[in-house]
Design a protein around this ligand. Structure first.
Ligand code: HEC
Ligand code: HEC
Length: 290
């Protein structure tokens, strides 16, 4: 190799010929390890282009020799997961609801699935802990409008309440003022009577007595003679202090005057049977199951 530029005297290294104010630049070679690492990464990347999907083309891409695709790999993981669930889901739909509770494997599987399906589909209305809100029942307590056995809960979830499904549960609380079934004074009396059923203070005793007669004539057919509710109409128990819409006088007068008819959607066309069964067992397990 011919030496175009002079060598630096002290280090013995070739200079590049660049010089500023008497300071000359040395042409120190790249360290060997650095060079070899760079060559290795170049070789690696060429190998990678050949083996793996790499370069975009006009409407597709170079697929690579082993044909890897992240979409296919996701599909594999999903179908493996589905296969892992298949036995449990099959057991869920083929076992009688009331018997699943004694099969720990299927039952625990149902509770886990029911919990997450509840968070996705039900918590908007019933609350994340199923605690409910005015007009949306609490599903943790012992009070049931339509029944708290697994079979009743299953039917409620499947077909809904006043939903658009043909098999929905039906039963309305009439609007006694709007439909001119009662006078305002009678509504006041019967509201006082309803308050007396749950031992609320400061009531007008005469109104309560009059209200009792109104109740027997107008309300007992749905709420029962003893006002403990009738599930065939979804009419709530009025004697416990658990309220669905509210137990203050104003709310009760509003309920009687304008009626109530809240809607619970039907799920049979939106969720598969295994999921509805998971939800049934989950709701049943919340504390009020019968
Ligand atoms: C759009 C709001 C809404 C959604 C979503 C909803 N519910 Fe309901 N649910 C209601 C209402 C309102 C009622 C009470 C209906 C009535 O007035 O009788 C109810 C009643 C119920 C009852 C009957 C309670 C009783 O006392 O008998 C059960 C059980 C129930 N829901 C479970 C569920 C489950 C499980 C889901 C999710 C799959 C769900 N709900 C989703 C609004 C909803
Ligand atoms: C045709 C049946 C029917 C009759 C008659 C009826 N109710 Fe109801 N009542 C219901 C139903 C069903 C509900 C629940 C409404 C709902 O789920 O949205 C209800 C709800 C109520 C509530 C709400 C309770 C709560 O927890 O918030 C009160 C209060 C009530 N009724 C009082 C009366 C009184 C008083 C009368 C008589 C003047 C009466 N009802 C007559 C069916 C009836």
């Amino acid at each position: 190799m011919t030496e175009k530029f002079e060598k630096d005297e002290i280090s013995g290294t070739q200079t590049t010929g660049h010089e500023w104010d008497g300071i000359k630049e040395l042409d120190t070679p790249m360290p060997r390890w650095w060079l070899w690492t760079m060559y290795a990464t170049i070789i690696w990347s060429i190998g990678y282009w050949i083996v793996m999907p790499a370069w975009p083309l006009v409407s597709s891409y170079t697929a690579g020799m082993i044909g890897y695709s992240s979409r296919a790999s996701l599909e594999n993981v999903m179908s493996e997961a589905a296969a892992a669930h298949a036995t449990d889901r099959a057991a869920l739909v083929t076992t009688e609801l009331s018997e699943i509770q004694s099969d720990q494997q299927t039952y625990q599987y149902a509770l886990r699935g029911g919990k997450s399906a509840f968070a996705v589909n039900c918590s908007q209305c019933h609350g994340s802990g199923a605690q409910g809100a005015p007009g949306f029942p609490n599903l943790n307590d012992d009070e049931w409008l339509w029944g708290g056995s697994v079979d009743s809960i299953y039917e409620t979830i499947k077909y809904g309440i006043r939903s658009d499904h043909d098999d929905t549960r039906l039963g309305d609380m009439p609007a006694f003022l709007d439909d001119e079934l009662l006078e305002p004074a009678q509504i006041n009396d019967v509201a006082e009577y309803v308050l007396s059923l749950s031992q609320q203070p400061d009531l007008d005793a005469e109104a309560v007595t009059r209200g009792k007669e109104v109740f027997a004539a107008e309300c007992a057919s749905c709420h029962g003679e003893n006002a403990k509710g009738l599930r065939e109409f979804g009419a709530p128990n009025l004697t416990d202090a658990i309220w669905f819409y509210g137990g203050d006088k104003e709310t009760i007068v509003r309920t009687i005057s304008k009626g109530r008819a809240n809607v619970m959607p039907a799920w049979v066309d939106r969720l598969d049977d295994a999921t509805i069964r998971q939800l049934t067992l989950y709701v049943h397990s919340l504390g009020g199951g019968e």
